[in-house]
Design a protein around this ligand. Structure first.
Ligand code: SAH
Length: 363
């Protein structure tokens, strides 16, 4: 049975699904979901991520986290955590870059949170010798020690719900079957229990406007913020999005091009832009400090991307054009440099490496 058939049967038996449940199934179904069955990354896959474009990305993230560890007074042990490590490239680069930070590797307990068994196997190959262990959920990563965490393009894969402003109020958008048995969007009959929250966030939205909420992202950020307050540390979230989103952003990507999100679930990547302001507010509500979000290009530059690039090019002149092109894609504002943002969270008021005191989120 295909995932499309399975979802159709589910809707037939139990009624329409909310968009978050649909997204969750399409991406995360343990045997038929996108991450379980596809090779999403790279030129032959559906999309390319920052660590796959330039080793400098993971190196600078690793050094940024290690710098925070030094500022914390070199706590031993410290948890180094990555959420959704993909092929393991970011962490492999971070690990290599931090090997000369005295005492760091000895203090680090490396935890990778990954739901896809197939990707876990790839990560294990890349991270042999690091002592890494794997978990399905952040809740399984032991608490009580300082936390250094990174998640690149993880939040955009976490499910969003969608709502439409109608004459009666905010109604949720659901996925159902049309007369021909194909997946189609429909509005839930009544006003959503999220209506009051939606009114607070999107009070000025015109009739017909569709907006998104991601309880899953907010819950994750709240959990991390609480841990940072209790145990200290730093979390970095890198993703595409904006401080605020006023429209729908759910999208499907196949072979580096756009596809229909309801067409062939499990075979296309589904994602939605991240509304960073909502996450910064969730972190603050949990007592943590939020920083930025800063454009990815800006932060990488501040962390020394150009210096690192020149060193790499000098060491491997034959690879210089590829190295320069990879990093340029990440930094150039017209490419990924500004579309991707970095939100940092800390448990105390000391600005993270690369962030200025004035860049504390205060909206
Ligand atoms: N960070 C990587 C991969 C991004 S793709 C990179 O930058 O290349 C998203 C990753 O998150 C995949 O590894 C996917 O399997 C994983 N993932 C998706 N949903 C997840 C969840 N709920 N918990 C943990 N990992 C998840």
């Amino acid at each position: 049975m295909s995932l499309g058939e399975l979802i159709a049967r589910l809707i037939h038996e139990r009624g329409p699904l909310d968009v978050a449940t649909y997204m969750q199934l399409a991406l995360g179904h343990p045997t038929l979901g996108y991450y379980a069955t596809r090779e999403p990354f790279g030129a032959a896959g559906d999309f390319v991520t920052a660590p796959e474009l330039s080793q400098v990305f993971g190196e600078l993230i690793g050094l940024c986290l290690a710098q925070r560890w030094l500022e914390l007074g070199r706590p031993d042990p410290v948890a180094l955590v990555e959420l959704g490590p993909g092929r393991g490239t970011l962490m492999a680069d971070a690990w290599r870059a931090t090997r000369h930070v005295a005492g760091f590797h000895g203090a680090v307990r490396l935890h990778l949170v990954e739901t896809s068994a197939r990707l876990r196997a790839l990560q294990a190959e890349r991270l042999a010798g690091t002592g890494a262990c794997w978990h399905d959920d952040l809740a399984d990563v032991p608490a009580g020690i300082p936390l250094l965490l990174v998640a690149n393009e993880l939040l955009d894969a976490l499910p969003v719900r969608q709502f439409e402003r109608t004459r009666e109020g905010w109604r949720e958008r659901l996925v159902t079957l049309d007369a021909g048995g194909r997946l189609a969007f429909v509005l839930a009959p009544g006003v959503s229990p999220y209506a009051a929250e939606l009114l607070r966030r999107h009070g000025g939205a015109p009739l017909g406007r569709i907006v998104e909420l991601s309880p899953a992202r907010e819950a994750l950020v709240t959990t991390i913020a609480r841990r940072l307050v209790a145990d200290g540390g730093l979390a970095l979230f890198v993703d595409y999005g904006a401080m605020r989103l006023d429209g729908p952003s759910l999208q499907a990507v196949r072979g580096h091009g756009r596809a229909d999100p309801l067409d062939t679930p499990g075979e296309v990547d589904l994602s939605a832009h991240v509304a960073f302001g909502e996450l910064a507010l969730a972190a603050r509500a949990a007592g943590a400090f939020a920083w930025g979000p800063l454009p990815q290009g800006e932060l990488l530059t501040r962390l020394g991307a150009e210096v690192r690039l020149e060193r790499l090019c000098a060491a491997r002149p034959e690879a210089a054009p590829r190295l320069r092109e990879g990093l340029a894609r990440l930094i150039d504002p017209a490419r990924m440099g500004r579309l991707f943002l970095v939100l940092a969270l800390t448990g105390d008021g000391a600005p993270p490496p690369g962030f200025d005191r004035a860049e504390r989120f205060a909206a």
